[in-house]
Design a protein around this ligand. Structure first.
Ligand code: CTP
Length: 401
């Protein structure tokens, strides 16, 4: 992550039990040679000490004891201008509420109000507080002002309750900030294209052949990509799924339409092919509905392999090409064959013979095979497709840095 080197991070630590995690966040940023200045709110000092923050960050720590004299050294305007990015971690329900009202009652809120820089909130609170309408409304307001959020995640909280509200893990925060800065430094977002779902190949206006696929895994990957700041295009065959409207969703029916939509979106930085594309299409589709008859012979021809086309495109090959392999036997062997034959950088293989995972299920287990011989295959063990997606996107972020 050379991208974080010398980046100026203004970290605002608020008073919550997760404040200690921000120490780990500082450590991770320092490892990447980022510069850090910190503001501790009055309550934060109940949880972490200015001394520990200062020694870890090797940078200035500010608090509400700032006054006219030391304000001249770095006032609230200068602090906000100094930063490339401002992170509020943990962002408590109280802080979120104050920020949504444009409060400027302490140094932290004043700096944020005076800021012209990207502000990331890392919420951490009890599940009920997180779900409370008042918090939800405050966040809607803050998001409309352009504030971004990282997390929270689902898990057991310090209070013993379980649910959404737990602070995001420091490594995930680091990844998200990194990808954000990366897209900013390129002056454009990194563009990712993902295909998902089945394709339908029509015999006549009402009948088609298709592949079994719900599209869930591909849609989840698209959601995870969007969350990390990628410019995400999802080319999807027919599914019943919805995605965030910030994803550029292109709905198609046939493999040919999927191919044309893909072609139209080249060049692209990263391409992921999770669609279960029908390998065959009907040679002569009938204009009208075919009438019932004793026997029907249908002639099929091979569809173009979209993945193969993209991965072998001489001058428009994406930097990273990821294929999927849905297999019912010889999982590893077949996947490795596809990795080579289709000129992919990675192949993500899943066993579709088991009932509790894969097709239509919300769960999956996958194995990632890499072209890079230095990397050994990785198994992402049985878990929700949304979690598998996060883990896949973690690896994509790590790969491009
Ligand atoms: N794929 C594609 N276009 C096709 C067929 C497949 O882009 N016409 C992509 C899929 O999206 C997937 C990968 O190729 O990423 C492997 O697809 P899969 O159906 O597992 O393999 P096939 O090449 O179709 O081989 P087989 O059906 O014989 O296993």
């Amino acid at each position: 992550m050379k991208n974080l080197k010398n980046k100026k991070i203004l970290l605002i630590i608020c008073g919550g039990v997760s404040a200690y995690k921000s120490l780990e966040l500082i450590r991770l940023f320092k490892k990447k040679d980022a510069e850090i200045k910190t503001i501790l709110t009055k309550n934060a000092k109940e949880f972490v000490t200015p001394l520990s923050v200062a020694s870890l960050s090797q940078g200035k720590v500010y608090d509400d004891l700032f006054n006219v004299e030391n304000e001249s050294e770095m006032d609230h305007i200068a602090l906000s201008r100094w930063a490339d990015v401002i992170i509020v971690s943990p962002a408590t329900a109280n802080t979120i509420s104050k920020l949504s009202q444009g409060s400027s009652e302490d140094l932290a809120s004043t700096v944020i109000l005076a800021s012209n820089k990207p502000v990331f909130l890392v919420p951490a609170m009890n599940v009920r507080m997180w779900e409370h309408k008042s918090t939800r409304n405050n966040l809607v307001k803050l998001k409309s002002y352009g504030y971004k959020t990282i997390g929270p995640i689902i898990g057991e909280m310090a209070c013993g309750e379980y649910g959404e509200g737990k602070m995001a893990e420091p490594t995930d925060i680091l990844n998200e900030i990194n990808i954000f800065l990366l897209s900013q430094s390129n002056n454009k977002k990194i563009k990712v294209l993902i295909t998902a779902g089945p394709t339908n190949e029509y015999l006549d206006p009402v009948r088609f052949i298709t592949n079994k696929s719900s599209g869930k895994q591909g849609y989840e990957i698209a959601n995870s990509l969007l969350k990390r700041g990628f410019d995400t295009t999802l080319i999807s065959g027919p599914t019943n799924l919805d995605v965030d409207n910030k994803i550029n969703l292109i709905k198609v029916n046939t493999a040919e339409e999927m191919f044309k939509a893909t072609q139209k979106n080249l060049p692209i930085d990263i391409a992921i092919f999770s669609a279960a594309v029908s390998d065959f299409k009907i040679i002569r589709k009938k204009e009208n509905k075919i009438k019932k008859q004793e026997n029907l012979t249908v002639n099929l021809e091979k569809n173009i392999d979209i993945l193969n086309y993209v991965s072998n495109h001489n001058f428009m090959r994406p930097k990273l090409v990821i294929g999927f392999a849905a297999e019912t036997q010889d999982l590893d062997r077949n996947a490795i064959m596809k990795l080579t034959n289709k000129n992919c950088d990675w192949i993500i293989a899943n066993d579709v013979s088991k009932k509790d995972r894969g097709f239509n299920s919300d769960y999956n287990e996958v194995t990632i095979h890499y072209k890079d011989k230095k990397k050994t295959k990785e198994v992402l063990s049985f878990k929700k497709k949304s979690e598998i997606s996060e883990e896949i996107v973690d690896r994509i972020v790590a790969q491009i840095n």
